[in-house]
Design a binder for this molecule. Structure first.
Ligand code: AMP
Ligand code: MN
Ligand code: MN
Ligand code: MN
Length: 288
């Protein structure tokens, strides 16, 4: 918990909530169960935690149970989408997990992911990698299947030495296993989120490798279709990046969100609860 002590005559003590609004569990490509994630969030000083697994809300009820009264869980989801032939991610915060529209959206994404896994495996086979589909399925172990599960297979079969190498050589942008065909456009995803009662947030805008002009075009399109939030802080990012994103949020009158994008313990750049929204922009939780 972050405590700011004001050393003035009144000696008032402000207790600020620590928000982490972008995290993963083993229901998608994270390593912890929702319960383990919540336990770690508690000991990391997080007061408000959004579980935002890729294209699923499967872990929310378990997270809520584990949280009890100690910590607030925000029901979230990180949707995969497509913008101008690039993969982009849109986080839905505070969605109604009972929403029929959300359920059918998740079903749609699940079918797309399964089909996509076949395509990824076919493409990998063409560059000499055998058995990738079965391998990835094995590591997914019933969770939402994604490229990290393929990466695990590539590492364990000694095709590459690390996850990073797997993405660099085979799975990252422009490589054989980078399949974004089939993902819905950003308008569809924003509609799904809003129709299920949530707030749509453009996730980790600095990770798309866009020039400032292109980034502003993406944000403009996102706003045009009804998007309301921008992740101004994603994990441990450089101050100049935060400054740039705060400016963008304010230029487009967007609410500011923050999240670690936690996937596994031991990855310092995605540590739980180290995120914040600068006081120069409007925090998204005002809209919860
Ligand atoms: P997918 O959901 O199948 O599109 O896979 C995307 C996920 O892969 C992201 O959410 C990250 O967890 C992971 N990822 C993406 N790029 C990299 C990278 N360069 N190195 C390691 N993991 C990555
Ligand atoms: Mn991920
Ligand atoms: Mn993402
Ligand atoms: Mn994420």
């Amino acid at each position: 918990m972050r405590i700011t002590q004001k050393q003035e005559s009144t000696s008032r003590v402000y207790i600020l909530n620590v928000y982490d609004l972008h995290t993963h569990s083993h229901c998608s490509d994270g390593s912890l169960s929702p319960t383990e994630l919540v336990m770690l969030a508690k000991t990391s000083g997080v007061n408000v935690l959004a579980l935002t697994d890729h294209d699923t809300t499967k872990g929310i009820s378990e997270a809520r149970q584990a949280a009890g009264d100690d910590l607030t869980i925000i029901a979230g989801i990180e949707f995969s989408a497509q913008w101008r032939n690039r993969g982009v991610h849109i986080v839905g915060l505070n969605v109604d997990t009972e929403s029929a529209i959300l359920h059918s959206a998740i079903e749609h994404q699940s079918a797309t992911r399964i089909e996509r896994a076949y395509t990824i495996a076919e493409r990998l086979e063409k560059v000499g990698i055998v058995g990738a589909l079965e391998g990835a399925k094995h590591y997914a172990n019933g969770a939402v299947i994604g490229r990290p599960h393929f990466a695990q297979y590539l590492v364990d079969q000694d095709y590459v030495s690390s996850h990073a190498q797997a993405f660099k050589k085979y799975l990252g942008a422009g490589k054989a296993g980078d399949v974004k065909q089939g993902w819905p456009d950003i308008e569809q995803v924003v509609q799904w989120i809003h129709q299920s009662g949530g707030i749509a947030v453009l996730a980790h805008p600095d990770k798309y490798d866009l020039t400032r002009t292109k980034l502003y075009e993406l944000i403009a399109d996102f706003v045009e279709v009804g998007g309301r939030g921008l992740e101004v802080v994603s994990g441990q990012q450089a101050t100049n990046v935060t400054d740039k994103l705060v400016r963008a949020a304010n230029d487009f009158d967007l609410l500011a969100s923050c999240g670690s994008d936690f996937h596994a313990p031991g990855q310092a750049w995605q540590a739980l609860g180290k995120t914040y929204v600068p006081d120069t922009c409007r925090p998204i939780w005002k809209a919860f």
